[in-house]
Design a protein around this ligand. Structure first.
Ligand SMILES: NC(=O)c1ccc[n+]([C@@H]2O[C@H](COP(=O)([O-])OP(=O)(O)OC[C@H]3O[C@@H](n4cnc5c(N)ncnc54)[C@H](OP(=O)(O)O)[C@@H]3O)[C@@H](O)[C@H]2O)c1
Length: 325
């Protein structure tokens, strides 16, 4: 029985929900955190913290990571992300970190769960939600860094399970990447491209239960890659209207010509650089933003993991901005 879980990214949005879900199920959580990470909240919840680098340099850091993983039964890799304009740090956070964890994982590991992204598949011209059997065509360096991490994980020669989960855009308590859209909705005016394009969403709490479901299967040497999402995609217009409803405003969606996006994203990236803070809108994000549809079909995950998302998109969005006490 898998008991002690090494969790990366525990101080982030996804990781916070994973800590809660693991603790509720009686797992012992060992958070692998950077020297600079603020771990107060997760320590209060009962997680143990081991300070290590996921991009170790030199013998001392190698042996620190090896020692931190030596007694764990499973690894959940939920660290990383895509809000940076520096490609090297993108690959360091998403791909090289995966390589290091796999390299230093103990041979007896039961489970390795990688939190990847729908961006590893890339956007589509078809409204048909993406399925596992389709072809990956990531449109960003972020997506390519996730796809490279997935390939490393799925090729790992351990006898335990390796499960790659590909969530779409996330929502739920603590999610902050929808804030600018919510602000626009509060002003009653939401500019967007492809307003009839479809998007899948998943609540962070449901992603955490999918991760737990993967950990609760008896290890059998599986190599699985699943889309995890709420089964009902919505249109971008519906997203804007829902945010308007939450903000108490009837909103007007202003359809932008796609040709406007490159200069807007370039300016946002430059402005972010000047402020010393990476913008959510960057040239790397253009390919995904210009894509018409970003939806995926979670039925394979539901069947194989015996998992079901609990939160509708409307509920998850509400809890993003009005979190339950
Ligand atoms: N949020 C979404 O909509 C979404 C959608 C699809 C996939 N994902 C994926 O889900 C995972 C978690 O995302 P999130 O939403 O929880 O992001 P987040 O809130 O920004 O948290 C990121 C976490 O990763 C850690 N981290 C980042 N770079 C690291 C590095 N180089 N070394 C070690 N730790 C590092 C951060 O640690 P510090 O506390 O030290 O900064 C933090 O704990 C990411 O892999 C992301 O790509 C997210």
């Amino acid at each position: 029985m898998t008991k002690r879980i090494a969790l990366t990214g525990a101080t982030g949005f996804v990781g916070g929900h994973v800590v809660d879900a693991l603790m509720q199920r009686g797992f012992e959580v060992v958070a692998l955190a950077r020297a600079t990470s603020n771990t107060q909240t997760i320590e209060k919840k009962g997680a143990k913290v081991r300070r290590v680098s996921l991009n170790p340099q030199g013998e001392i850091q190698f042996s620190e990571l090896r020692a931190a993983l030596a007694d764990v039964n499973a690894i959940v890799h939920a660290a990383g992300g895509g809000i940076t304009t520096d490609k090297r740090s993108l690959y360091a956070a998403n791909t090289d970190s995966t390589a290091a964890l796999l390299h230093f994982a103990p041979p007896s590991l039961d489970h390795f769960v990688l939190v990847s992204s729908l961006a590893a598949r890339g956007p589509s011209d078809s409204p048909q939600p993406a399925k596992e059997s389709g072809v990956d065509k990531p449109a960003s360096a972020y997506g390519r860094s996730k796809l490279a991490a997935e390939s490393l994980a799925l090729a790992h020669p351990s006898e335990g399970d390796v499960v790659v989960l590909r969530p779409p855009a996330l929502m739920g308590p603590g999610e902050y990447r929808l804030n600018s859209l919510y602000k626009a909705a509060g002003r009653g005016f939401v500019p967007m491209v492809h307003s009839e394009g479809t998007m899948s969403f998943l609540d962070g709490r449901d992603l955490a239960t999918a991760i737990c479901a993967a950990l609760q299967r008896e290890p059998a040497g599986r190599r699985d890659r699943f889309f995890v999402a709420h089964p009902k995609p919505i249109t971008r217009r519906h997203l804007a209207e829902e945010l308007g409803r939450l903000a108490g405003r009837k909103i007007r969606v202003v359809e932008l010509p796609p040709a406007l996006l490159p200069p807007v994203f370039t300016l946002a990236e430059l402005a972010g650089r000047l402020r010393g803070k990476a913008s959510q809108m960057s040239r790397d994000k253009l390919g995904d933003a210009l894509g018409r549809h970003q939806s995926c079909d979670p039925r394979l995950a539901m069947r194989h993991l015996g998992w079901e998302p609990k939160y509708t998109v409307e509920q998850g969005l509400r809890d993003t901005f009005y979190p339950p006490a």
